[in-house]
Structures are given as C-alpha cells and as structure tokens.
Design a binder for this molecule. Structure first.
Ligand code: SF4
Length: 332
C-alpha cells in the first residue's frame, strides 16, 4: 500500500520502506515520517535583514534554524551542502545522523538565551521538514514570538492551508519563468505563484519575494514579465539579488552591478512599490522610501539598519510622516 505525502505540490505516493522525491520523507511502519526530524544542521542568530526580510521588524535579530533537505535540485543552489541529495551529509537513515536530536521545545528555549523573539526556518527548504517547523512555530506563538519562513514556496494546497496561520513573515523565491523552473530546478512555477497569491492576500502575513538574478539567463524582458506577474499577484516587496558562481553553475560569471541596476529600473516600472537589490555594494539598493512621496524611511548599510527617528512613532502605525501613506510591513 502507498501513502501520499502532502508536504509539497509533488504529492508523492510512497511505498513502505521508500522515500519521496526529496529523499527526506519516508514511509515507515504505516506512516510517513521526516527521517531527520529534530537533527539541526544550523541554529544561529542572524539579522532579520539577512533572510532577506526588509519590512518585517527591521533591525531585529532572529534565531535561524535548519534541518537537511529540499524538494528542488537547482543547479545554482547557494546552500547545496545542506539541501541537496548529492551532499555527503544526505541522511541515508536516522542512525547515520550525528549529534543530538533537538526537540521543538529545546529549540524554542534557545530564543530566550539568545534574546530574540523571532524564529526563522531557513537555509534549506522548510517545506520538506514542515512537521518540525510547525511543532516549533506553535510553541513560538504560545510564548508571544513570531515565525519567519524562507522557502521556494512549493506547497501543496493542503500544506499551504496548514502552514500559513503559523507564519508571520515569509520570503518566497520566485526563480524565473516556467521554462526556467523546468530547466534549472526540475520544478514548476504554478504552485509557487499560488503560494505567493495566498500570502499576499492573507491579512497579517508579511510577504517578500526574492529572485536570484542570473545575467545571461534572466533577460530584462523576463524581469519585466516576472514583475508584472508579481504585481498582479499582489506582491509589494521584491528583492533582486546578484548571482555569484556556485555549485553546478561555477562556470558562469557573476551578475554585474550594472546589470542589477538595469533590472531594478525595469522592475520599478512594474509598479511594485518596494524593489531592492541584494548582494550589492550600492547602498541605494537597500533604502526603503515611501512609494508616494519618496521620504526615506529606513536606511541600511550591510545589516545595520536605521529607521528615521522622527518616523519611528508613525512607522509603528505603518504610516509615512511625509504624506500619511501606508508603509507595507510589520514594524515595532
Ligand atoms: S515533501 Fe514533497 S517531494 Fe518530499 S515526499 Fe513529500 S511530496 Fe514528495
């Protein structure tokens, strides 16, 4: 008998003793389990800006946690050592995992020790270890904290419904058009767009989208088409991030600052109110301006963040003092 995993859009049907596409979910003794549940590969304090999240509690720190695994096989993966099945770390079985299992309660207790109130699920893709993420996220909410998820957005309809009520801030990668997903990720764009639309519609969820801009692959016309798609989906924050050679794309050159500038200009024409450049040395690309009057409300240098002092009070109410326009996001 086969059981169905509904963690992502692939909806794998798994036989006893086998695993799904991601290699992380296994059918064992009549149930599907996450083989490395609780075996943390990373738990470190980061600025929330590193996710990147620019409109979700700017200037705050977060405890970032990751287990192994992903359901994509992107040839440009920046974290392939902890996400890909080809990694020597790939856990063939629970017995082969080194280290101690960390329960969700133990992980949440570290938030107090680290002095943070945001837990982030990141680095690999939490979609494939969402049982551990949700068990943790419930406890985080119980103690008044916030949850942030960084993901490829490849939810199934069922998992999207399950996950979203517990996630306060989410960054979804939109990597390219359908052809790009098929060629470089062996995946599909449509489930990602469904997730983006659902997050954009959901009151109280802060959504930001990231695209790794690969010069020579993503043309400016494609950037424009993506921008229009994202605008129609209700996206307000879009990070275009420079590509650097990595993993199976080591032979490609880095995306230049000049190309990033051009892409940001094109993206700005798509009416998305907040467009940022990532992996860039240009501080202009990380400034938050009021989309209506242009008042500079947040400046960033690296991960150092400054919310304009005179605007702090009104920012708590998501308002620009320059014109009263609503600034998207969660500020505190
Ligand atoms: S998480 Fe996705 S890829 Fe992995 S077993 Fe479940 S449905 Fe398949």
């Amino acid at each position: 008998m086969k059981l169905t995993c509904d963690f992502c859009y692939r909806m794998c049907e798994i036989e006893e003793g086998s695993r799904g596409y991601c290699g992380i979910r296994e059918c064992r003794e009549g149930e599907i389990i996450t083989v490395h549940y609780g075996y943390l590969l990373a738990a470190a304090v980061d600025p929330i800006e590193k996710k990147p999240m620019y409109h979700f509690c700017p200037g705050d720190k977060t405890l970032s946690a990751a287990l192994f695994g992903c359901n994509y096989t992107c040839s440009f993966c920046q974290n392939h050592d902890i996400s890909q099945r080809t990694s020597p770390l790939f856990p063939a079985s629970r017995k082969q995992l080194r280290g101690e299992c960390t329960s969700p309660r133990q992980l949440v207790s570290r938030m107090d020790e680290c002095g943070v109130s945001i837990m982030s699920y990141t680095y690999s893709d939490p979609v494939v270890w969402q049982d551990y993420m949700l068990d943790t996220a419930r406890l985080v909410h119980e103690q008044g904290g916030l949850n942030c998820m960084v993901t490829n957005g490849s939810f199934s309809a069922q998992s999207l419904e399950r996950v979203l009520p517990l996630i306060d801030g989410i960054n979804i990668d939109v990597k390219g058009d359908e052809q790009f997903y098929q060629t470089y990720c062996k995946a599909e764009l449509s489930p990602v767009l469904r997730a983006v639309e659902a997050c954009a519609r959901r009151p109280g969820t802060v959504l930001e989208v990231t695209t790794l801009l690969i010069e020579g692959i993503h043309t400016l016309e494609e950037v424009r088409a993506m921008g229009q798609l994202l605008f129609n989906a209700g996206v307000q924050v879009w990070h275009l991030s420079r590509f650097f050679p990595h993993y199976r794309m080591e032979d490609r050159r880095s995306t230049s600052e000049a190309y990033l500038d051009e892409a940001i200009e094109v993206a700005g024409e798509c009416r998305i109110p907040y467009v940022y450049g990532g992996n860039s040395t240009n501080p202009e690309h990380s400034i938050t301006r009021c989309p209506t009057c242009g008042t500079q409300v947040i400046t960033r240098r690296g991960y150092y963040v400054r919310v304009q002092r005179e605007l702090q009070h009104s920012m708590l109410m998501n308002m620009c003092t320059g014109c009263g326009e609503r600034i998207y996001g969660k500020f505190r």
